[in-house]
Design a protein around this ligand. Structure first.
Ligand code: PHE
Length: 377
């Protein structure tokens, strides 16, 4: 075997490397140690101990040197010096840059939570309202907010130029009119869904019953602390044979108990709407004063009654209601001699902000996109 035929891939001077197989294995091991230490995930102390410690890998490797002859010892000694420098240098560098080492992935750290939002309070209210009515057999629908004059007004018994339209401060869309259905408006109330629902049910089933809750966006030209130009309403419509005011009152009672709490009562007061006859305004009892309008206060004057600041009268007015006008039934193709019905329409924002403890004095905040405000819900 020629003295140089056993050259190995080592870091020592290859020309002078001896051919001895033992030395070759030694050189390989030294090389491996250098590679191995760079793959370790041990702590610094553990690294030091494992490689440079009293019983460390370096010590074990150096022990082999005793078996070499003088020339090999010289070679191996050089190699060991070189290896020791290399390992020490590597470990020293890690001590100098502890941050670098820590920045390697630490699988034991808890993960970063991504911030999670929540649905808007009005969307939450809409879900709750839908749930309450769906449980008693109402079908949730959503009719257009950009609507023909016909569905928003004429079909619900509000003829063109009728003064009652003034109360629905309507936005008109600058677009061509329909020959039958008239102008395009942003619907000022969800009552536009009444005749649309009659048409849908008649087309699908040929006849009532109808039990609809239409929750949709509505628009009116007014804006102040209790009004936004865009708001939401929910509209109930029930049509069947022998439907009377008791059904209306029972449904409203059920809703206020579910939404505001089991002790809440509702009351209906005579009012006027073109699309219902008779018509009512609907109030619910104030949960702070239990509908009495008085609150017991104890201060320097002692125990006494004060006017409830939340409701001022014991009741909160929330919406309109009534028995569906025969003209509206006719507009929807339903025979008013055979069928009767009731309807109600309330603002979602108002219904929601009157919840006890909400104390929202400016309804516009709901649409301010102010996270400080919205995150409270
Ligand atoms: N549409 C009426 C409003 O916007 C509310 C209402 C609906 C009244 C249904 C009676 C029946 O004020």
């Amino acid at each position: 075997m020629s003295p140089n035929s056993n050259q190995t891939q080592t870091t020592i001077d290859k020309k002078s490397a001896p051919t001895n197989g033992q030395l070759k294995a030694f050189i390989n091991q030294a090389d491996q140690l250098k590679q191995q230490i760079r793959q370790e995930t041990l702590s610094l102390a553990e690294l030091k101990q494992k490689y440079l410690g009293k019983n460390g890998l370096f010590k074990k490797l150096s022990a082999q040197i005793t078996t070499f002859d003088a020339d090999q010892k010289r070679q191996a000694g050089q190699l060991l010096n070189h290896l020791k420098d290399n390992l020490t240098h590597y470990i020293d560098n890690l001590t100098k840059e502890p941050l670098n080492r820590q920045s390697k992935i630490d699988l034991t750290l808890p993960g970063l939570k991504s911030t999670q939002g929540h649905i808007h309070p009005i969307s939450q209210a809409i879900e709750e309202i839908s749930d309450i009515f769906e449980k008693i057999g109402f079908v949730r629908v959503r009719y257009p907010e950009v609507e023909w004059d016909w569905y928003a007004f004429e079909a619900v018994n509000m003829p063109k130029n009728h003064p009652s339209r003034d109360e629905w401060e309507t936005f008109f869309v600058d677009a061509p009119s329909h020959h039958d259905k008239g102008k395009i408006v942003l619907t000022p109330h969800t009552s536009n869904g009444q005749v649309r629902e009659m048409e849908r049910v008649l087309k699908k089933y040929g006849k009532p019953p109808i039990r609809m809750v239409n929750i949709a966006r509505t628009y009116r030209r007014q804006q102040d602390v209790t009004h936004t130009q865009m708001f939401h309403q929910f509209e109930g419509l029930v049509i069947d044979e022998d439907i009377n005011i008791q059904h209306l009152k029972g449904t409203i009672d059920h809703f206020v108990r579910e939404f505001y709490g089991p002790n809440t009562k509702s009351r209906i007061r005579p009012f006027h709407f073109k699309f219902t006859e008779p018509s009512f305004e609907v109030d619910f009892s104030c949960s702070l004063c239990d509908g009495t309008g008085q609150i017991e206060v104890t201060d320097e004057k002692g125990k006494h009654q004060e006017k409830c600041k939340f409701c001022k009268s014991g009741w909160h007015e929330v919406g309109g209601a009534g028995m569906v006008h025969p003209n509206v039934l006719k507009a929807g193709g339903i025979d008013p001699d055979k069928y009767t019905g009731f309807a109600f329409g309330w603002g979602v924002e108002r219904t929601y902000t009157l919840r006890e403890g909400l104390n929202l004095d400016d309804i516009r905040l709901l649409y301010s996109a102010d996270l400080n405000f919205l995150q409270q819900f």
